[in-house]
Write a protein that binds this ligand. Structure first.
Ligand code: PLP
Length: 364
């Protein structure tokens, strides 16, 4: 039996050694709060945050003032809802969503807005010919179950044609792992992703805001305020306006390292293709993701996916099973849950052969 095979990259990446080293070196030797201190060490921390922000901006073709640090994609979506609520307190919002959405991208809207659903075509693409009327649109650029990249510029164009003032919000949590992001080409108002899915630590994420001056703050506290004048608050400009309180400094510094070391690795494709071809030959396995998907999602005839996951776990294989926080796509597929294999840069062909071998034995 292998020691441990982690094929759950889509849930969270294992951390590159250099990210661990950069964070522990910072904690040991250079730690101070950011945006607060006046001493030289505090100034160096401010500079590190600034460089990290510039690295993130460059990574998605944005400018520094458009990059707000969050604690992750879920946090960003909850914040976007509050930002919209504070900006448009009297408006009855309608938000267009799709069955590709993760719970994090849709549930934050649930108690506030009316939702309409953008239909999908047979290949799990948002159907640009049938964009409904809405004030805001959530585009899940890559579903965490289906693993297919949406044509975001095309969808954004179709949305703008329907409503030129619409607010376009991109969930790039999975997309960022496999595709280059260019927010200018995406023509989006908000875009978010989590650091932990590209090798950074947990507790840090990114929210891009195209026109930060057009939106109200959602969080209030230290660092975001320029001065208090009686009852009036004079806010700082973005990004400070959206960054109340102490930032996850160490994780932001680790995020810069993760992005600098990040590359869309080819070995993942070769391993995924190999496993897809081998698993396709097993009659009890029903794969519903296309071969070019970034992940392999399937059901197993005669076995509950949770039991199947537990059996794989007993062979030291870690994959994701269940509804993956994406109930709508499972409902559409008429299944309760699925098994998802997602390969990361640490996986080898030996791992792939081992997993295929164990699955073959389990369904025998
Ligand atoms: N959106 C998608 C498509 C995801 O895959 C995930 C996490 O799996 C999320 C949002 C939520 O990300 P986080 O848990 O890092 O906030």
């Amino acid at each position: 039996m292998k020691n441990f095979v982690y094929m759950d990259a889509a849930a969270s990446w294992l951390k590159p050694q250099s990210v661990i080293e950069v964070e522990s070196d910072f904690l040991r030797n250079s730690y101070a709060n950011a945006g607060r201190g006046i001493c030289a060490r505090a100034g160096r921390v401010d500079a590190l945050i600034d460089v990290a922000r510039a690295t993130v901006a460059d990574f998605i073709s944005a400018d520094k003032e458009n990059i707000v640090f969050t604690s992750g994609t879920t946090d960003a979506f909850n914040r976007i809802v509050n930002i919209l609520r504070n900006t448009y307190p009297d408006k009855n919002f309608t938000v267009a969503v799709s069955d590709l959405d993760h719970h994090s991208a849709r549930l934050p809207f649930a108690n506030w807005t009316k939702t309409v659903v953008m239909p999908l075509d047979n290949d799990f693409n948002i159907d640009v010919k049938n964009i409904p009327d809405a004030d805001a649109y959530v585009i899940t650029a890559m579903s965490n179950v289906v693993g297919i990249a949406q044509d975001v510029p095309l969808i954004a164009k179709a949305i703008r044609k329907k409503n030129k003032n619409a607010i376009v919000i991109i969930d790039a949590a999975q997309f960022v792992v496999h595709n280059k992001i260019d927010v200018k080409k995406f023509d989006c108002d908000f875009l978010c992703f989590s650091g932990h899915k590209i090798g950074a630590d947990t507790g840090v994420g990114v929210m891009y805001i195209k026109n930060p001056d057009d939106f109200s703050a959602d969080k209030f506290g230290g660092g975001m305020i320029n001065r208090v004048d009686g009852k009036k608050m004079i806010l700082n400009k973005s990004p400070e306006k959206f960054e109340a309180g102490t930032l996850p400094i160490t994780q932001i510094i680790g995020l810069r390292e993760a992005i600098e070391k990040f590359s869309i690795r080819d070995n993942s494709r070769a391993l995924t293709d190999y496993m897809y071809d081998e698993l396709s030959k097993i009659k009890q396995i029903k794969i519903f993701t296309p071969r070019d998907s970034c992940m392999i999602s399937f059901t197993v005839d005669g076995m509950h996916v949770i039991d199947f996951g537990a059996l794989l776990g007993a062979h030291n294989i870690c994959v994701r099973v269940g509804n993956m926080c994406a109930s709508w796509i499972h409902k559409k597929l008429n299944i309760e849950g699925s098994v998802r294999i997602s390969v990361g840069p640490w996986n080898t062909m030996d791992d792939a052969k081992y997993v295929v071998g164990v699955i073959k034995d389990l369904v025998k």
